[in-house]
Write a protein that binds this ligand. Sequence first.
Ligand SMILES: C[S@@+](CC[C@H](N)C(=O)[O-])C[C@H]1O[C@@H](n2cnc3c(N)ncnc32)[C@H](O)[C@@H]1O
Length: 313
Amino acid sequence: MEFSHIPVILEKTIESLAVRPDGIYLDGTAGGGGHSSEILKRLGDNGRLICVDQDPSAIEVLNERFGGDSRVSIVRSNFSEIPGITEELGINGLDGVLLDIGVSSHQLDCAERGFSYHTDAPLDMRMSQSGRTAADLVNELSFNELVRILSCYGEEKYAKNIARAIERERAAAPITTTLQLAEIVKSAYPAAKRHDKHPARKTFQALRIAVNGELDRLSEGLDGAFASLKTGGRLSVITFHSLEDRMVKQRMAHWCEGCICPKDFPVCVCGRKPSGRLILRKPVEADENEQKENPRSRSAKLRCCERINLTIY
Ligand SMILES: C[S@@+](CC[C@H](N)C(=O)[O-])C[C@H]1O[C@@H](n2cnc3c(N)ncnc32)[C@H](O)[C@@H]1O
């Protein structure tokens, strides 16, 4: 299957990175290489690009696409490991990092990866193709853990009904496929609510986040990426739902915060200086045309922060 993924907010994202021809950049979610190839176009012979992805299928595609380019290193890893990746490559500071979070259209469209509730497939959802599957979680987690995951990661109002239905079904036989789970979720929804959006949407999002540890990896990834930037280096992040965007917004605000002394102190005693500066005051979203052409871009938000100080609080 060909790698089909249209990079979102492409122009503004590359612009936010202000690529220098001789700079060193890291694309932590290189996927099909859409954003990476635009970074590469702006690099001269002395520039360098590190393409990271945790999915072996993406690594295969990246090797085919960029394998012959001596400026590119392709690394199968998690972006939560950026400091280790750069150290291993002997790189001392990055000029820019891009994180375009979440799953690719390719992963969603490969039925056998088990991300979609539209086609029947094993209930998998692992981006890295290793570790515990969604089926493992659905069949093994306690009622309380299921409710927590569905509520926290899916913001699912009917989490308890769904967890109860899962418990009932798995007592009879293990839940192993995407459509089996989608039907269970549907049956747990109030009849009047079954026809708005697909009832399984939030459950599938929640399980995907849990299977891939997405919020924990993002938290580690943000800190590791920012710590790996040189002064003047930039971190651009594209997110697709509010849980991720909130984390990025708060982390960037924290880096950009200066003195935290109480307002009535006549002089600063904390000595804290901002270590970052926001390049985009507000998140950038896909324009109307892009949203029409690529519905996946509708929920995308781009934020960017520049490192201005080597001390990070
Ligand atoms: C939205 S796609 C990125 C697409 C890419 N920007 C392009 O233009 O083709 C996200 C990619 O990031 C990868 N990914 C998601 N979380 C990751 C993580 N924590 N570490 C490494 N790769 C990750 C996924 O496997 C997927 O290939």
